[in-house]
Design a protein around this ligand. Structure first.
Ligand code: AMP
Length: 399
């Protein structure tokens, strides 16, 4: 369990509670196209409003770089939140100053208001103390409910905590508890499946996981660099020859730490990096010619499925192949389904995170069957790296 102070049980009746959410949701033509983040945040807003708080929601949206940009307004998101909550959500066209203050002073207990995009002000990403103070003018309590923003020291995640009593919201607390349970006191054997495009972007993750993991399953384009390091041919596949030595070092360190590095045993090799490109399955060691490795083969799927059956915990970040293109998602989807089945049977704890991973698990249709899926990208990776997230550290300093 995380020690972060939780808002649950704190007397918020009649108080103005400033809540940092991550409502940076996918949007097309002014319409929200994916409500996962909104739906995950909804219980915190409902809880606070039901306790009689005046709920003032702040979030960033896109990268307006400190300038007001009408295409990045949060107004449509306020409407989508109102729909998800089944109650009214007001909207103020600025997050600080007279406009925000007027909107907040007009609230009654139990009301919910969303303020405009934080990043219309450059002070937000500069973690400005003066900017944070402008929130404190109209707020009594601060709640952070945005795990996915906690790796950034911004005014709305860090500076603000110096000026208001600060707590974790329901979804942040749930996320920290789920993640702490996995790495803090893992049920063994525990393995991490780390896939994705490049070794270079995940070296620190791999290095940080070695001491805790019993095995690390390497997949995706990353595995190609490991295969190259072992002297196997990889044809025209995506790989990073400059990181062959890094891959060797990771394998050495893993061996010293009794952490098995698991690589594919067979590979789906395609003629081109394109959906439905002609392809064949080759064993590792067999020359793929000019072909590109885009997925793991059937024997690898079987091998990984067998391994999952012997695990108690699986941590997952990154796909096993180029899953966005048919049929190169087959390996990722099959292993995801095997992990989901074991989870449903109560035999395996499965925690996954990262943008592409969430998309892949959604596509596999298993999102509801994993123990916990974090929608955070950068914050999830930094957590995997064992880094202290500034937004979480700021809450802990309140203790
Ligand atoms: P990452 O953001 O590092 O998790 O990488 C995810 C991306 O890696 C996805 O877009 C996949 O299509 C891509 N990927 C996975 N396996 C391969 C592969 N064998 N060759 C090329 N791209 C891959």
């Amino acid at each position: 369990m995380s020690n972060v102070p939780s808002i649950e049980g704190v007397d918020v009746a009649g108080k103005t509670v400033l809540v940092r959410a991550d409502l940076n949701v996918p949007m097309e033509n002014g319409r929200v196209t994916d409500t996962v983040r909104i739906d995950r945040f909804a219980p915190t807003a409902t809880y606070l409003a039901d306790q009689g708080a005046r709920v003032v929601i702040i979030s960033h949206f896109g990268r307006p770089k400190g300038v007001r940009n009408p295409s990045m307004t949060l107004e449509p998101v306020a409407k989508a939140l109102a729909k998800s909550l089944g109650r009214e959500v007001g909207f103020a066209e600025d997050c600080v100053g007279e406009v925000a203050e007027k909107a907040v002073w007009a609230m009654n207990d139990g009301d919910i208001v969303m303020l405009e995009n934080l990043r219309f002000h450059p002070d937000e990403t500069e973690n400005s103390d003066a900017f944070a103070l402008r929130f404190a003018v109209f707020s009594d309590i601060y709640v952070n409910d945005a795990f996915s923003c906690c790796h950034r020291a911004h005014a709305s995640t860090v500076a603000v905590t110096k000026h208001l009593p600060s707590y974790a919201g329901l979804s942040l607390k749930k996320e920290l508890d789920a993640l702490d349970a996995v790495l803090g006191a893992p049920k063994r054997p525990i393995a991490a499946l780390v896939g994705g495009a490049k070794v270079s972007s995940k070296i620190t993750v791999l290095e940080a996981l070695i001491p805790t993991m019993d095995a690390i399953i390497v997949g995706g384009g990353m595995a190609n660099t490991f295969l190259l390091a072992q002297g196997f041919p990889i044809g025209g596949s995506l790989a990073e020859p400059d990181y062959v030595d890094t891959a060797k070092k990771i394998m050495d360190t893993a061996e010293k730490n009794d952490c098995e590095i698991v690589l594919p045993v067979d590979l789906v090799v395609a003629e081109a990096f394109a959906a439905n490109a002609p392809n064949e399955t080759v064993a590792v060691g067999q020359d793929p010619g000019k072909g590109m490795i885009l997925d793991v083969g059937a024997d690898s799927i079987q091998d990984l499925t067998n391994r999952l059956a012997n695990l108690k915990t699986l941590l997952w970040n990154g796909p096993l192949g180029a899953f966005e293109m048919e049929p190169f998602g087959d390996g990722t989807f099959a292993v995801a389904k095997a992990a989901a089945d074991l989870t449903k049977q109560g035999k395996l704890i499965t925690v996954a995170g990262g943008g592409d991973t969430v998309a892949a698990l959604n596509q596999a249709g298993v999102s509801d069957d994993f123990t916990y899926i974090s929608t955070a990208g950068g914050a999830f990776l930094e957590w995997l790296e064992g880094k202290e997230l500034p937004g979480v550290a700021a809450l802990n300093e309140q203790n």
